[in-house]
Each structure stands twice: as structure tokens, then as C-alpha cells.
Design a protein around this ligand. Structure first.
Ligand code: GLN
Length: 274
């Protein structure tokens, strides 16, 4: 018979990760893990924990093992078909909310929605917003639809299978367009390391210089923006200047970059007046 304390010690994992996996298997809260740490656990629980711990040691991301990740205060279902929501992407949601503040019944377009984290967080924070969320991955859209159905109490997000803006009704206009596109260059060694190995490659890299998806989005976004509509894009730590140049060259004004909590210029955006 093993106890929680013994399992955590023997897991060979960072303790925070071991605790998350054990809480997931037991359905316990953090306080129970402390107060009940000397109870004998049944063999089935022990086996399930040990199987997850072994998969984690093999590199699988925690969010895929528990099937969930918190983002903007909401609990999103995660599968290997979608990018795991990152804390720095909450900045993109904040920028979108700022851009639509003061506009009643705003329309927002999220390009490459994955879990739906960005689109659903915006719709959750703004009762009167309507959000269109696109992905070219049918599997990702299924995950995102499930998240929207569980997390939103109204039908606020329209999901569209589309390669960027290709299948968006060209008569629609949006006050704000946001995107966290694949921006890792195809030769970046990080793609072959750590948790990234288990995430969908198409959500991480453009299989080019890291800027090709961003170029495509900046190129077509103006056709779908309202007058003075805003475009905000998340990008890599060293891409801010390039993205600002692309925005300015396309005719965006008020072009600026915003730093994430780590102090990295993480999102760039601008306004399209014409
Ligand atoms: N922020 C992710 C990472 O560096 C990349 C996600 C993306 O390409 N949009 O792991």
C-alpha cells in the first residue's frame, strides 16, 4: 500500500508536476493532498498515477496528461490536436478587450483559434461581443467548440473552418482582429525539445522564417476591419520590430508593441483607418 506522500517522493518528477498529476488522478484539492497524505491509496489509483508519471518523464506536457489548462480564469480542455494555452497569450486577450472597450456589440475575429482560448475569453469577458474563430484544423475546431459549449452560456462564438481569412464571409467587418499564429522558424531547435515535441507542429511553426503566417494575416486583415479597426498579433521574442515594419508597410497606424510579464515585446498591433 502506498500513500500520497510516498508516491510524490518516488515519482522522480519536480514536486509541483507530481502533485498536479496526483490531484488529477485522485480528484483532490491541494489541501487534501496535505491533510490526507498518509492515507493508503488503492492499487488502481497508484497504477494510474504511475502511468501518468511515466508519460511525463517521457516528455508529454502536463496539460495533455490532465487534459486541461487554465487560461484567463477559465478551464480549457486540451488535446494533442491543439496548442496548449500559454500565460503570455493573456496579453493578447487584454489588448483585444482594450481595443473594443467603449464599442457596444463589438465583433472580433480570432485567426488560428486552437483551443478557442482567446475567442472564448473575449466572449466571456464581454457579454455583448460576437466572436468569429477560425482554424484550418477540424480536430482543433472540435476541441474549441466543446470548450465554448462548456464555458459560455450563450452562443457567442461562430467557428469557421478556414485557412486564415479564406472562408470568412467577405461582407463581414470586425472592430478587432487577433491572432496567435505559428511564429517559430522551421529551423528553431526548440521545436525538437521539451513539451513542444508533443504539440501540433502546424500550431507552432510556419515551416518557413517564422513570419509567413504573420505576413499573410497583416496582408488580408485590412479587408475585414471596420474603419479604425485594430489588429493585434502575438509573435516571438525577437520579431517585434519586423512585425511593426510589416504593419506600417501595409498602412496601419498607431503601430506599437506591448511587453508581456517577462518584459518581452510579445504582441504588436495597429489601427487601419482607410
Ligand atoms: N509561444 C509558443 C512557444 O514559444 C509558440 C506559439 C506560437 O507559435 N504561436 O512555445
Amino acid at each position: 500500500m502506498s500513500t500520497a506522500a510516498e508516491l510524490l517522493r518516488a515519482a522522480g518528477l519536480p514536486q509541483l508536476e507530481a502533485r498536479i498529476l496526483l490531484m488529477h488522478v485522485l480528484g483532490w484539492r491541494r489541501t487534501e493532498l496535505i491533510t490526507r497524505d498518509c492515507e493508503s491509496l488503492d492499487p488502481d489509483t497508484v497504477a494510474r498515477f504511475e502511468a501518468l508519471a511515466a508519460r511525463r518523464l517521457n516528455g508529454e506536457p502536463i496539460a495533455q496528461l490532465t487534459g486541461t489548462r487554465e487560461f484567463f480564469g477559465l478551464e480549457f480542455d486540451v488535446t494533442p490536436d491543439v496548442l496548449i494555452p500559454r500565460p503570455e497569450t493573456e496579453l493578447l486577450v487584454e489588448l483585444a478587450l482594450e481595443a473594443i472597450a467603449g464599442t457596444p456589440n463589438p465583433r472580433v475575429l480570432d485567426l488560428g483559434t486552437g483551443t478557442g482560448a482567446i475567442a472564448i475569453s473575449i466572449a466571456h469577458a464581454r457579454d455583448d461581443a460576437r466572436v468569429w474563430a477560425v482554424d484550418r484544423s477540424v480536430e482543433a475546431l472540435a476541441v474549441a467548440r466543446g470548450n465554448a459549449a462548456r464555458l459560455l452560456d450563450r452562443n457567442a462564438v461562430t467557428f469557421v473552418e478556414s485557412d486564415w481569412t479564406a472562408n470568412i464571409d467577405p461582407s463581414l467587418r470586425f472592430e478587432t482582429i487577433v491572432s496567435n499564429p505559428p511564429y517559430i522558424a522551421s529551423d528553431d531547435p526548440h521545436l525538437a525539445q521539451g513539451d513542444l515535441r508533443f504539440e501540433p507542429r502546424g500550431a507552432l511553426t510556419d515551416d518557413a522564417d517564422g513570419l509567413s503566417a504573420i505576413r499573410a494575416i497583416i496582408g488580408t486583415a485590412p479587408f475585414l476591419l471596420t474603419a479604425n479597426g485594430a489588429l493585434w498579433i502575438e509573435h516571438g521574442y525577437d520579431q517585434a520590430q519586423s512585425v511593426r515594419e510589416l504593419l506600417a508597410a501595409r498602412g496601419f497606424t498607431d503601430v506599437r508593441s506591448v511587453r508581456d510579464l517577462a518584459g518581452i515585446e510579445r504582441c504588436s498591433g495597429g489601427v487601419f483607418t482607410a
